[in-house]
Unconditional design. Structure first.
Length: 764
């Protein structure tokens, strides 16, 4: 009997109950979708890193011997130790002179390259080269082909024996790119015997250990007599921590999006169940009078929320893993290299689903517990009408001057606070998500303009290879009217004797101050670097606790002593972090300026024919590559816009539907008094517009903060200032208001069909 009653009630209140199911479904869909990506990614990473014996620590220096490696291996807690040489080289021109990181190692016990195709890496094989599989796939290179890498002034041509990947390059990005583009970045593994004997010098010691690698700083320093540049752990390797930051961001998203939809679902449950209990008071009294216990009746009403939220959660979990989770993995696998990455799930999804169901059922209980307080004899009689009390708005001095429409709706809002709150809160959250989605589009355009027109104040970028002499670079500079730029990897710290956990790996850019390669301040305005000082990027300054006027310390991988410079400017850059300084100051410190890039406003296409030039990129090419990489952002934006639109529609429809059902008798009375259907529709639409407008106003300032948090969650290597244009605010507001108007018109036919006789009979 109760089962059939439930089906009839769900049919009679289909919109509200379907909303509960839909909101529960979307909440779990978002959660399991993001979590499928995170869980699958972490599982694949664990297996990948264990199978390759991924290093826990990296010791950088100018030259390390076998004896020093043995001393490090003797430190208690350190397990496997391996020497290697890392050098940055270039590919041939036919491969866009891509950056090619070269690893020369005689051993293969730590961070073992994982073979995707061909033979495993053999350190004794002097005839072969092992190439990054994503680079090979992008350029259609196969095992057995010949491949040339230009490094340390040498041209090394070998047969490709295998295609490999490594956890150090789960994320790979060239220094000239803002994101992964496998046309421009790769790595190779080679035997050190392919180098002349005087070049077979190891500049890295990598090792595995128990616990945190930085905890072994004192033991390593003692073993090496402090004869090394610095010690780094995995969190200093961008190829590894970038994916960690991405997965952490998705983990946060899974809870944030779920919370928003669950919050709306709870408001719908409260208003729907409270109204149903009020409407079915006589039915409850009849069931109670026939001998049915109040507990059973209570469980019957709780079962509505329980069954609907349970159904929504089950469907959401399935869809989350099979659709959204799969989409996320496929989408991000285009930019990250992680073998075996597929959607995953864990018991956490079922715990979250159980918690969501419990919250929905518990919220329903709060609305239904009044059943226990109703005596059967009282329940059989209609509930006494509430005593009409003056609402707070009636205290306004101009109350009597307001129109009937306005006074009527203000009284209704005052008497139905929960329904009004649901309309405002839901619209506010929808407005926030809409602003985040549209703001992400604006931010991409804003960063594109800032990066390619302000910071990069040039039209052509010429990449110089390792064989380029300073004389050749100066000659090319005169020919093109350009500016030379040198860039290399460094470590920075706030003191000359820092702990390893207070050292940041980043970049050093050396410019000539011609304002072609520019530096922008914290307000994103380009400014020249004051002479005798350096510019330090904002996120790194905040992390080190430094500000303008303080001293910053830095050194390259080959330096033993720290260099000291005063900070003259706190700068910002979307994807290059570290220090920028003038060439004169760099050379005044006793260092040799070795440019690896020339930038110019003039056409530099002819420079591509010079033997010391690796590649020439036009600004048009750079912008096209940037736009292609932002396709992944577009998909996330579409996701947010669609779900925010869906939320707004659900909330406004439910608010309007509840408002209509609660006031149906009032509307019938107004019809008897001579009000036309159009006038009654205005009463309903006016309130919807008010609540929508209030939600829009409350949601306007909420988009920027979560959008900036979303950008910042990409890690310290990315600094994207968020921007939401006034036009986007207008679009979001117009959409919300349009939905509000359309929802009002959806009730026009229902207002016309009100049976005044039947409704008024029910009032007797």
């Amino acid at each position: 009997m109760l089962r059939r009653k439930m089906l009839r009630d769900i049919k009679a209140n289909f919109a509200q109950f379907f909303s509960i199911l839909l909101l529960s479904l979307i909440a779990m869909w978002c959660y399991t979708g993001f979590q499928a990506n995170v869980i699958g990614g972490n599982k694949a990473r664990s297996e990948y890193e264990n199978s390759t014996n991924f290093a826990d620590g990296w010791i950088f220096g100018a030259a390390f011997s076998d004896e020093q490696a043995a001393e490090v291996a003797g430190v208690s807690g350190i397990n496997d130790v391996q020497l290697r040489r890392e050098s940055l080289g270039k590919a041939d021109e036919e491969f866009n002179t891509a950056e090619m990181y070269c690893y020369f190692q005689r051993d293969n016990s730590v961070t073992i390259p994982k073979t995707i195709e061909g033979e495993d890496f053999d350190p004794e094989d002097t005839d072969g080269v092992w190439l990054f599989s994503r680079f090979a796939e992008t350029w259609d290179i196969s095992v057995g082909d010949s491949f040339t890498v230009h490094v340390m002034g040498l041209d090394i041509t070998k047969e490709i024996k295998g295609l490999v990947v490594t956890p150090e390059y789960e994320f790979a990005c060239a220094s000239t790119d803002t994101d992964s583009d496998f046309h421009n970045i790769g790595f190779v593994y080679l035997s050190p015997d392919v180098l002349p004997e005087d070049m077979r010098v190891s500049n890295e010691i990598i090792f595995t250990c128990e616990g945190d690698a930085l905890d072994y700083e004192d033991g390593i320093a003692e073993a090496l007599n402090n004869e090394y540049a610095y010690l780094a752990d995995r969190n200093s390797i961008r190829g590894w921590y970038q994916l960690s930051d991405e997965l952490s961001q998705h983990d946060s998203f899974s809870y944030i999006f779920s919370f928003v939809f669950v919050a709306i679902a709870l408001l719908v449950i409260i208003t729907t169940m409270k109204r149903m209990i009020t409407q079915q008071r006589t039915q409850i009294g009849t069931l109670n009078a026939l001998g049915m216990k109040k507990r059973k009746i209570l469980l019957h009403y709780l079962s509505y929320s329980f069954i609907l939220s349970l159904t929504g959660c089950i469907i959401g979990i399935i869809l989350g893993v099979l659709t959204f989770g799969k989409l996320m993995v496929n989408m991000f696998s285009r930019f990250y290299t992680l073998p075996g990455w597929k959607p995953g799930y864990s018991y956490k999804s079922f715990i979250v689903a159980a918690l969501l169901i419990l919250i929905c059922t518990g919220t329903s209980y709060l609305s239904c517990r009044q059943i226990l307080k109703i005596h059967p004899s009282e329940a059989l009689r209609p509930a006494a009408s509430k005593t009409a009390k003056p609402c707070i708005f009636e205290k306004l001095p101009f109350w009597n001057k307001l129109s009937f429409n306005t006074r009527y709706n203000l009284r209704d809002i005052s008497r139905s606070k929960m329904r009004a709150f649901m309309g405002v809160f839901g619209t506010c959250m929808g407005m926030m998500l809409m602003n985040i989605g549209l703001g992400a589009f604006d931010t991409v355009d804003y960063v594109r303009d800032w990066y390619f027109h302000d910071i990069q104040n040039y039209e052509y970028q010429v990449i110089l290879n390792d064989s380029c002499t300073i004389e050749q670079a100066e000659e090319l500079k005169i020919e093109t009217g350009g500016e030379l730029v040198a860039m290399e990897a460094i470590s920075i710290a706030a003191s000359d004797r820092p702990n390893s956990d207070s050292i940041i790996s980043c970049k050093l850019a050396v410019t000539e101050g011609e304002q072609l390669y520019c530096v922008s301040d914290e307000d994103l305005n380009t400014r020249p670097i004051p002479e005798g000082t350096v510019a330090l990027t904002m996120k790194q300054a905040d992390k080190l606790g430094l500000s303008e006027g303080d001293n910053v310390y830095w050194k390259t991988a080959s330096d033993v002593e720290w260099h000291e410079n005063r900070i003259g400017l706190i700068s910002r850059h979307p994807n290059i972090t570290g220090i920028t300084m003038l060439r004169d100051d760099y050379e005044a410190g006793g260092m040799t300026f070795s440019p690896n890039m020339l930038v110019s406003k003039n056409d530099c296409s002819s420079a591509a024919d010079k033997e010391y030039v690796s590649a020439v990129h036009s600004m048009k090419d750079l912008i096209e590559a940037f736009d292609k990489m932002m396709e992944i952002m577009d998909l996330l934006v579409y996701f947010m816009v669609i779900f925010s639109a869906l939320m707004i529609i659900i909330v406004l429809y439910n608010s309007g539907n509840l408002s209509f059902n609660e006031r149906e008798k009032e509307f019938a009375t107004l019809k008897v008094l001579g009000f036309k259907s159009s006038a009654i529709r205005r009463l309903l639409s006016t309130q919807n517009l008010w609540l929508s407008m209030l939600g829009v106003i409350c949601g306007l300032p909420l988009g920027r903060i979560p959008l900036q948090a979303m950008m910042d969650s990409n890690g310290d290597a990315i600094d994207w200032p968020c921007f939401i244009s006034p036009f986007s605010y207008v679009i979001a507001a117009v959409f919300v208001m349009t939905v509000s108007v359309l929802v009002s018109f959806m009730f026009s036919r229902r207002i016309k069909k009100i049976d005044m006789v039947e409704v008024l009979k029910g009032m007797e």
